[in-house]
Design a protein around this ligand. Structure first.
Ligand code: C2O
Ligand code: CU
Ligand code: CU
Length: 453
């Protein structure tokens, strides 16, 4: 029998051949009293993902992944996005608390040659958000081809904490890919087991030269359907400090940080425990059998002063009201039709599935039934509001899930309950599985938030 590696058809380049790139920060083109204005063009470009090959990708402003947008709580921004690609796009701010017409709903695509302005109020708590494509039936491919970027929402409260900052605060956008001998990306809906390359900020298994001190690493899983269970090669400690919606109530020391597609996790790692001149590999403990687990390598190359610290408490979780509505979402695969369903239904853009009332709190029970013919992990994501995980299989969530979340794994046989509160905006938003191959196959629903009667 052939091993998974032998079955691969794509290139299989050596690890740690390219340095890590940090995506540049986007600069505003104008500032008004009310907002900062950004402009960005989605266009094709070619980049080096593996050494010696040029790979055509979709980019924001020629960047793969897109440039980082740094926003601060309380200061709105407007992003004008121009579509110079040959496909429709709809850019969504994942985890963002935004008006419905700025949510990048697939009903509001930007056609090739078109442009659209998105308004982001930044009225939520500081969080590691990200932006990505959401166009109907092409989002999985568009994200795979490069339409994703980091959106760092900061706040003055968070900036006061003595956490590692500046060049010691690093976004790490993780994903997989498959590349053919000619350098082109191989896109195959359902071909997830063939995606043998691990990309960090757009480069295959890079190395990163670090100082012997603490770093704040912001992991963002931008994969179509790959899970990462991040572990240091020596089993060394990482201190998780934040999840999707920002800082945890308190730091959570761990040897493994798990991020399913679209999840974020921030960790403080202290490289001062490694002698200068040594290296430590970050591995994916969730790699498929036979796969190379390495994700990237940290090379400790110099000493540095370090007055950063991880405070013993970080940010209290906001109080949600008493829930008045309960709903259940059952996520299944129908082998007869090949469709992925929520409550037995496939996505219909013309159907509103639920209508929560603004100003209310709801409990949602998300079920991945145990009796499925093919057990498949799912990742439930709701647009618009950050939620809290109440329990997982009846047990309180572990430390990593005690902060605000917008995306939550629901593994085969699991039941997860969340508390979600509708605070400000009305209109039409999505909820869906963030395994983008599943949302593509119909695992998506619509909510229309309505004003109280
Ligand atoms: Cu990452 Cu519908 O979203
Ligand atoms: Cu989203
Ligand atoms: Cu799914």
């Amino acid at each position: 029998m052939k091993t998974a590696a032998e079955l691969l058809t794509g290139v299989n380049p050596p690890s740690f051949a390219l340095p890590l790139r940090i995506p540049p920060t986007l600069r505003p083109v104008a500032r008004t009293d009310d907002y900062d204005l950004y402009q960005t063009i989605m266009r094709p470009t070619a980049v080096t993902i593996v050494p010696g090959l040029s790979t055509p990708v979709y980019s924001f402003d020629g960047e793969f992944p897109g440039p980082t947008i740094v926003a601060s709580r309380g200061r709105p921004i407007v992003v004008e996005r121009v579509n110079a690609l040959g496909v429709p796009v709809a850019t969504h701010l994942h985890g963002g608390h935004v008006p419905a017409d700025s949510d990048g709903h697939p009903k509001d695509p930007i056609q090739p040659g078109g442009r659209r302005r998105y308004y982001y109020p930044n009225d939520q708590l500081a969080a590691p958000l990200w932006y990505h494509d959401h166009a109907m039936m092409v989002e999985a491919e568009n994200v795979y081809r490069g339409l994703a970027g980091f959106y760092k929402l900061t706040s003055s409260n968070e900036d006061k904490l003595p956490l590692p900052a500046g060049r010691y605060d690093v976004p790490l956008l993780l994903r997989d890919a498959q590349i053919a001998d000619d350098g082109t990306l191989v896109w195959d809906l359902g071909g997830f087991s063939q995606r043998n390359l691990f990309l960090v900020n757009g480069r295959h298994r890079p190395y990163f030269q670090v100082a012997a001190r603490k770093y704040r690493l912001r992991f963002v899983n931008v994969s179509v359907s790959r899970a990462f269970g991040l572990q240091l090669g020596d089993g060394g400690e990482m201190i998780q400090i934040a999840s999707d919606g920002g800082l945890l109530p308190r730091p959570a020391p761990t040897s493994m940080i798990t991020v399913w597609p679209a999840e974020r996790a921030e960790a403080v790692v202290d490289f001062s425990r490694y002698p200068v001149g040594t290296s430590v590999v970050l591995q994916n403990g969730a790699a498929f059998p036979g796969e190379e687990p390495a994700v990237m390598r940290f090379d400790v190359v110099r000493k540095a002063t370090d007055d950063s610290e991880v405070p013993s408490s970080l940010r209290p979780v906001p109080v949600f009201g008493t829930p008045t509505v309960e709903r259940t979402f059952v996520m299944t695969f129908d082998p007869a039709t090949g469709q992925m369903l929520i409550n037995g239904k496939t996505f219909d853009m013309d159907r509103v599935d639920i209508s929560p009332t603004r100003g209310t709190t709801e409990v949602w029970t998300i079920v991945n039934p145990a009796d499925q013919v093919i057990p498949i992990p799912h990742v439930f994501h709701a647009h618009l509001e950050q939620f809290r995980v109440l329990d997982r299989n009846g047990n309180p969530p572990d430390a990593s899930e005690q902060g605000l979340k917008d995306t939550v794994r629901v593994l085969p046989g699991e039941t997860v309950r969340i508390l979600i509160r509708f605070t400000r905006f009305t209109g039409r938003y999505l909820y869906h599985c963030h395994m983008l191959e599943h949302s593509h196959l119909g695992m998506m629903g619509q909510m229309e938030i309505v004003a109280p009667a």
